[in-house]
Design a binder for this molecule. Structure first.
Ligand code: ADP
Ligand code: ZN
Length: 604
């Protein structure tokens, strides 16, 4: 383990292992197999990179994400690790050179696509050379039930048969037990040690607000918190992604649309600009995400409600993989719920399936409407225990007020019942507020005793009541008749007065937006921060790599915060290993010195 620690410090520039990296590395170094489940950004790569360096021979990394291999390898080369990749993007000559390097024992790590690995030629080559370990990344791709199934992954059980003495490690961020079982059985990992890290992403701040005026709300969030950051904005429809991107461009942001309807070239271009340029915002449908390994995505914004908590967690999880502070920001409204219910209704699938999906949607809505800690609720949904308060979500930072909504809830339930469970929320609110419009007269609803009993709340407040009743499963939108609200069995005690209910007061959006300040530490000199980013951008461009491969945001922040004056001080920053110290240290030190001079001059 001493050797492992030396690599961690000297090569990667980190001070200590994160759980459970040390244990995983120990297992592999000693020749054992491991199954590792860690959240996105948890630090899975080091779990195989370090043992591959410690053990003799080359580490073989199998990954389906061909588009990422070059960047992964570039990043390793910059650290001084001899890495290479083999996939269909290489021509014959390049393949030959990589194979030769492998034969000559000049590689520490080799990334291979599954279809390349399972070719006779590759397997024969691997039999000839010394191999330190096999790492199977994105191991959930063996699951035939998952979204990312890869037929080639099924063949990976051959590794165990053909290379019985070489340790194997399978890694994934997919949590559920069924996928885990499939990985174990299909990859023959029954005897492997299992490592399950918690799924919390402490650096992500969750904020969920009410959708009022989406565009100004988003603009405010971006201007206040992320004026020059890379991020993803998710929308439900293709049309909306294009509209939103165009509008953001007009507002001065570098925004690009992404959805499955764009042709492949445009998509590839937008994706690569997102990865390589500084501060690009991708406005996308859920088609965007898989295989996006950009570590410095500083925010994920949802303009529409995701269908399930699982999708919400996966999509927001793309923020802040580098561990630096990031935002998961969402606005939603009742219209989102109706739209999703309609889509669900029109989808093919059994009644059983629709019912399950409906429950999952309700859970999502429940998360939006809770008055307690969002993170605690999220983790509880994934059966993970956590403190009652996380201190880094909107409800923890700015506790919501609640009010006794028992009477209002009773009125809301009654009006649904009295009008025959056939009407949508707007009409129900009209009846409660005593409206005398055509529709009210048409159905004789002005004659009902419930007509006009709800004047004490305005329409928005009533919407909030209905939403919260829906989130807590007292009522639901009827899937068969367009947006009509129906009562659930659960509402009886509340209607009878045997139960009381506390509701959250809607937070005005203005306050929600104001809460999200830029995430840089307060005493950082913004001028210096920008100068450091410019220096990084210049170096990245000169080398044809994305900026984060030079240094991550967190390392840049540390530079701005501690302002090292010597190479020795510079080497103490997290993320600065020996190679990068020599290669980039002097240039960044110059930038820091330049800025401290100007500070000195400013304060005589
Ligand atoms: P994953 O593959 O699990 O999504 P990565 O391996 O890409 O995550 O690591 C995520 C980030 O955490 C990277 O920026 C990596 O450099 C950083 N990291 C990993 N392990 C450590 C550690 N022990 N100390 C500090 N940073 C780490
Ligand atoms: Zn919290």
């Amino acid at each position: 383990m001493d050797k492992a620690l030396t690599f961690l410090k000297n090569t990667f520039g980190f001070d200590g292992f994160r759980p459970p990296q040390a244990e995983v590395i120990n297992t592999l170094v000693n020749g054992g197999d491991a199954l590792v489940l860690m959240p996105t950004g948890g630090g899975k790569s080091l779990c195989y990179q370090i043992p591959a360096l410690v053990r003799p021979g080359c580490g073989i990394v199998i990954s389906p994400l061909i588009a990422l291999m070059k960047d992964q390898v570039d990043a390793l080369l910059l650290l001084g690790v001899n890495a290479s990749f083999l996939n269909s993007t290489l021509d014959h000559q390049q393949v030959f050179e990589v194979e030769q390097a492998l034969r000559d024992g000049n590689l520490d790590l080799l990334y291979i696509s599954p279809e390349r690995l399972t070719q006779e030629r590759t397997l024969a080559l691997l039999q000839e050379v010394s191999i330190s370990l096999f790492a199977i990344d994105e191991a959930h791709c063996v699951s035939q039930w998952g979204h990312d199934f890869r037929a080639d992954y099924l063949q990976l059980s051959l590794l165990h048969r053909e290379f019985p003495s070489i340790p194997r490690i399978a890694l994934t961020a997919t949590a559920d037990a069924r996928t885990r079982e499939e990985i174990i059985s299909r990859l023959d990992l029954i005897d492997a040690d299992h490592y399950l890290a918690g799924f919390d992403r402490p650096n992500i701040r969750y904020t969920i607000g009410l959708k009022q005026n989406p565009k100004p709300q988003l603009l405010r969030f971006l201007k206040d918190a992320h004026p020059r950051d890379a991020g993803i904005v998710y929308c439900l429809s293709r049309k909306k992604t294009e509209e939103t991107a165009t509008w953001l461009k007009g507002e001065g942001f570098n925004a690009l649309p992404y959805h499955a309807g764009l042709n492949a070239e445009v998509r590839a271009d937008h994706q690569s600009r997102f990865l390589r340029d500084d501060a690009v915002i991708i406005v996308a449908t859920i088609a965007f995400g898989m295989g996006i390994d950009k570590p410095d995505v500083r925010f994920v914004a949802h303009l529409d409600l995701p269908k399930t908590i699982e999708s919400y967690y996966q999509e927001t999880g793309r923020a802040g993989r580098d561990g630096a502070p990031a935002d998961a920001w969402m606005i939603y409204g009742l219209q989102d719920v109706s739209k999703l219910r309609q889509m669900l209704d029109q989808s093919e699938g059994s009644e059983e399936h629709k019912r399950i999906e409906q429950h999952r949607l309700n859970a999502m809505l429940g998360l939006c409407e809770i008055t307690s800690c969002r993170r605690h609720a999220l983790l509880a949904y994934f059966d993970e225990a956590s403190p009652e308060q996380c201190g880094n979500c909107d409800t923890c930072l700015y506790p919501v007020d609640t009010w006794d909504g028992t009477e209002a809830a009773q009125k809301a339930l009654s009006v649904i019942f009295r009008t025959g469970q056939r009407f949508g929320v707007n009409h129900l609110i009209d009846v409660l507020r005593g409206s005398e419009n055509d529709k009210v007269f048409q159905f004789d609803h002005h004659k009902l005793p419930i007509h006009g009993v709800g004047k004490e709340l305005d329409a928005n407040q009533w919407k909030s009541v209905f939403r919260q009743l829906m989130a807590r499963d007292y009522i639901r939108v009827d899937v068969d008749s367009f947006g009509a609200l129906r009562l659930e069995e659960k509402c009886r005690p509340l209607l009878r007065g045997d139960e009381s209910i506390f509701l959250r007061k809607d937070v005005k959006t203005r306050t929600v937006a104001k809460q999200t300040k830029t995430m840089l530490p307060e005493d950082i000199d913004i001028g210096l921060w920008e100068a450091l980013r410019e220096c990084r951008r210049r170096l990245a461009e000169a080398q044809g790599v994305p900026p984060y491969i030079i240094f991550h945001d967190s390392t840049l922040q540390a530079m701005a915060e501690y302002m090292p004056a010597t190479l020795d001080e510079f080497s103490a920053l997290s993320g600065v290993g020996e190679r990068k110290l020599q290669k980039y240290g002097p240039e960044f030190l110059e930038v820091i010195q330049g800025s401290s001079h100007s500070l000195d001059q400013a304060t005589p």
